[in-house]
Design a protein around this ligand. Structure first.
Ligand code: 4AD
Ligand code: MG
Length: 474
């Protein structure tokens, strides 16, 4: 259907052709002499309107009520100019075949259903306009992501999903273990079956990897190993966090894009983040027009103007110290009072992007070292690190990045200060021992980008199968 309707003449030049459409019935209206069937094949938002007389082959299946909303059909006919005002062309059908019937209990009826309800039907929600559009725009953003980095000479690296290190040091990892039996007799009493050492603690030596293993929270440390060999690289894959935050912007399983730039500092990093964001936003504005119009009308009024402004304007940059000053001067009482050294809460981030800078992305840089991860490069003031976060309205932090500490002695000191075990970072320290270079990178939460680009309010609606605390998982 997209193939027919996406041309500048919306299919008119193909009038007269015999076509077959295969898809799912959105609506079916039987009038006395003709029946209108709206079929959607998922290739685009538009349905193909099919018009059918009672002499068409297979019409009995409509007459007997066999073909209903949700059924899959194969329909053949001639493309004709439409009499209706909603579309330029329609299919004058001469043959219909029902491929799969739809039980009357089909939950996705024409009337609007809530997003909460649809989250309990994650297997059927892609059949709605909204989730079809989100899936296509998400796909376009993924394509544009690879396109941007490939065109700029970055090499895509697959970072491991199972890992022993906690990149962010926030203790939010999911443990991966085979110590808990899931089948056989032992599964009846898995707790008793876990092997213990003499002192009663878990005997990890008997686990699959011989030590505790986790799902990765970030591929950054692995990306750094390749950046210090191949120069610019990026990862794009799933990451996991057992953050118990039941918010509209946190998932337990989310996709992250993590470029790592060699021979680069924080300014290069911020420039890359800005160019990347502008590139992918421009890509969807140009290539997903129909879906973007849909979001503009039904999900967030004005989103097209908001995104167009992102493509055209510079991203505001300010230091953490200036941001704190701005918040202190704000004529506003925050739930979490602000003072230098505090982590910015989402109310602060929202004030900065939504009120202080009128709804555009803002980059905050040079955060206090105490609130940031061990790997960030210390600034000359000894108090701050070369970190940057890009904040966007509604969502808050879209990107988190930094210049990395490339000086061995600084990094070792920092690990000591933070009471992290140097031995377990031996390979990471090696990168500073053998041909270290200034390098920098960032992580962008892909679902937050999807939210930003579609206007979807809840991150659970920006990924096909959301995993979050107490979410439905099958
Ligand atoms: O700021 P974060 O924790 O940074 C890192 O993980 C770095 N190692 C990235 C790097 O420099 N290579 O996470 C990066 C981004 C956040 O800005 C946010 O967009 C997203 O990942 N993010 C989440 N998205 C959804 N659900 C969650 N629970 C998220 N936690 C972080
Ligand atoms: Mg962060």
């Amino acid at each position: 259907v997209a193939d027919i309707k996406s041309g500048p003449d919306e299919g008119l030049s193909r009038v007269g052709q015999t076509l077959v459409v295969m898809g799912w019935v959105r609506t079916l209206r039987a009038q006395s002499s003709v029946t209108f069937i709206e079929v959607n094949d998922g290739s685009c938002l538009s349905n193909m309107q099919c018009v059918m007389n009672s002499d068409a082959e297979g019409y009995d299946q409509i007459e007997s009520g066999l073909i209903t909303t949700g059924a899959s059909i194969w329909i053949q006919g001639t493309l004709v100019e439409s009499q209706g005002s909603k579309q330029k062309v329609e299919l004058k059908a001469d043959k219909i075949v029902m491929v799969g019937k739809s039980d009357p209990s089909y939950p996705i009826q024409k009337k609007r259903v809530s997003r909460e309800f649809l989250r309990t039907k994650a297997h059927l929600r892609p059949r709605t306009n909204t989730f079809g559009a989100v899936a296509r725009v998400r796909n376009a953003l993924a394509f544009a992501t690879h396109k941007f980095f490939q065109e700029n000479g970055f090499v895509w690296i697959s970072s491991p999903i199972i890992t022993a290190s906690d990149c962010e040091g926030a203790g939010e990892q999911f443990c991966v273990t085979t110590l808990i039996p899931t089948s056989g007799e032992a599964a009846d009493s898995p707790i008793n079956a876990i092997p213990k050492t003499k002192d009663g603690s878990i005997d990890w030596s008997q686990d699959f990897f011989g030590k505790p293993a986790f799902l990765t929270v970030s591929g950054q440390l692995n990306a750094e190993t390749y950046a210090t060999a191949l120069s610019d690289v990026y990862t794009f894959g799933p990451t996991f966090r057992a953050e118990n935050s039941n918010t509209s912007r946190h998932l337990a399983e989310f996709w992250m894009i993590e470029p790592e730039l060699a021979f680069a500092d924080l300014n290069d990093d911020m420039a890359c983040a800005t160019a990347y964001l502008q590139y992918v936003v421009k890509h969807i504005l140009e290539n997903c027009k129909e879906d973007m119009d849909f979001f503009n009308t039904w999900i967030e009024k004005g989103i097209i103007d908001r995104l167009s402004a992102v493509v055209e304007s510079e991203v505001v940059q300010l230091t953490y110290t200036d941001a704190v000053e701005l918040l202190l001067k704000a004529n506003k009482t925050f739930e979490f009072p602000v003072k230098w050294g505090c982590d910015l809460q989402s109310e602060h981030e929202r004030y900065i992007t939504e009120e202080a800078f009128g709804g555009c992305p803002v980059i905050i840089r040079d955060y206090p070292k105490e609130i940031k991860a061990f790997y960030m490069r210390q600034n000359d003031d000894g108090k701050t690190v070369a970190a940057m976060d890009m904040l966007v309205p509604r969502i808050g932090e879209l990107i988190g990045g930094s210049q990395r500490e490339e000086r061995l002695e600084y990094l070792e000191n920092r690990l000591d200060e933070m009471k992290l075990n140097k031995d377990s970072y031996w390979w990471y320290l090696d990168l500073r021992r053998y041909g270290s270079v200034p390098h920098a990178g960032f992580g962008l939460g892909f679902e937050r980008l999807v939210q930003f680009a579609t206007g979807m309010e809840n991150i659970r609606d920006a990924i096909p199968f959301p995993r979050a605390p107490a979410a439905v998982i099958d």
